[in-house]
Design a protein around this ligand. Structure first.
Ligand SMILES: Cc1cc2nc3c(=O)[nH]c(=O)nc-3n(C[C@H](O)[C@H](O)[C@H](O)COP(=O)(O)OP(=O)(O)OC[C@H]3O[C@@H](n4cnc5c(N)ncnc54)[C@H](O)[C@@H]3O)c2cc1C
Length: 326
């Protein structure tokens, strides 16, 4: 059996908005917490797919940029110092005397309860066929920090919203941005396409990246094939492969939880069919479910307060008002 690296009251599986808010709430309820995520950064779908987009339907914020919301959630949870186990997928779940054991990458976490906030599952970026060896050495799927690409010639590959979002976000920091798409039509919202066009970003279609060249210092240029086998070379230190993601609940589907359409069935306390395992956020299913950040926050609070009672039957379900705590 894998060595236990952490022992906590609550293990949260998924560091998206729901898991991060649950980490705050569990700390507020006096629990020790670990948060595991397969991705190297917290923030779930927000960080992976739309960190630069404005969000308009989070309570209390008329508008908030995705990355700022995630930073605020991390700060809020940080008051109680949860242990983050990032870049590690949660794989196996087993019962151990009076608790649960979850394998996370090369270690294992023993917890009194598990809250699954795994969203739509683990994301796997759709690969850029010519990008193989260059992933992490010039080819990226996520951009956690725009400044890293400052002064670069950037080629964005893709025709959906995220390709155009990245073109917009990178334009102020990059030396040049060019968008390459294999079709002449874009899936992205026409308003977004116009914004990028207005900035003068060249949109090259139909075209595919067929070769990448560089040396040990990194990527220098890409060769694209235009219709009719015509080729062109573009300078590029960064290629953003914005070809979308596949998402998969993967190992969690084998945890013996009742599922419905790749989501976990819960009752009104957010409890699953397995004792001490709860679910909240996009991954949780019940009649009338609406998958939004706002609903995930409410479900996180419901789950954690019910977990507090499950772990300690003398605890109150109602946590008291945070405004009364100094
Ligand atoms: C382009 C786009 C725009 C959106 N705009 C809005 C909006 O304006 N307003 C709004 O309310 N919602 C919006 N949403 C939806 C919103 O992002 C989701 O509802 C929200 O992210 C759900 O949060 P979550 O924490 O439940 O799950 P997620 O954000 O999906 O996070 C789940 C996390 O769990 C991790 N994970 C999964 N499986 C494992 C495992 N086995 N081990 C370890 N980690 C695992 C994943 O890596 C991920 O980080 C948008 C979504 C998209 C794609």
């Amino acid at each position: 059996m894998t060595a236990v690296s952490h022992e906590v009251d609550l293990l949260i599986v998924g560091a998206g908005p729901t898991g991060l808010f649950a980490a705050y709430y569990a700390g507020f309820r006096g629990m020790s917490v670990a948060v595991v995520d397969a991705l190297p950064e917290p923030g779930g779908q927000v960080t992976a797919m739309y960190p630069e987009k404005m969000i308009f339907d989070v309570a209390g914020f008329p508008e908030v940029r995705g990355r700022d919301l995630v930073a605020a959630l991390v700060k809020q949870a940080g008051q109680y110092d949860p242990a983050y186990l990032l870049g590690r997928p949660a794989t196996e779940l087993s019962d151990v005397d009076g608790g649960l054991l979850v394998e996370v990458g090369d270690g294992a976490v023993r917890a009194g309860a598990v809250l699954v906030t795994a969203g739509i599952g683990e994301f796997t970026p759709r690969p850029l066929p010519a990008g193989g060896d260059w992933v992490g050495r010039g080819v990226v799927h996520f951009i956690p920090e725009l400044a890293v690409h400052s002064g670069h010639d950037v080629v964005v590959v893709g025709g959906g919203d995220s390709a155009f979002d990245w073109a917009l976000a990178l334009h102020p920091v990059a030396r040049s941005v060019t968008l390459v798409h294999r079709r002449t039509r874009f899936r992205a919202h026409p308003g977004l396409v116009s914004k990028v066009e207005d900035l003068g970003v060249p949109l090259i279609t139909p075209a595919e990246v067929v070769e990448m060249r560089g040396d040990e210092t990194g990527l220098h240029e890409v060769e694209i094939e235009l219709g009719g086998e015509q080729r062109r070379v573009l300078p590029a230190q960064t290629v953003v492969a914005a070809l979308g993601f596949t998402a998969d609940l993967g190992p969690i589907e084998k945890w013996g939880l009742d599922l419905e359409k790749r989501a976990i069935l819960v009752d009104s306390t957010m409890r699953t069919s397995r004792p001490r395992v709860y679910a909240a956020g996009d991954v949780a299913a019940y009649p009338g479910k609406v998958k939004l950040i706002a609903t995930g926050f409410g479900e996180a609070a419901t789950a954690v307060n019910n977990i507090a009672v499950a772990l300690n039957p003398d605890a109150h379900l109602f946590p008291g008002h945070s405004s009364n705590m100094s």
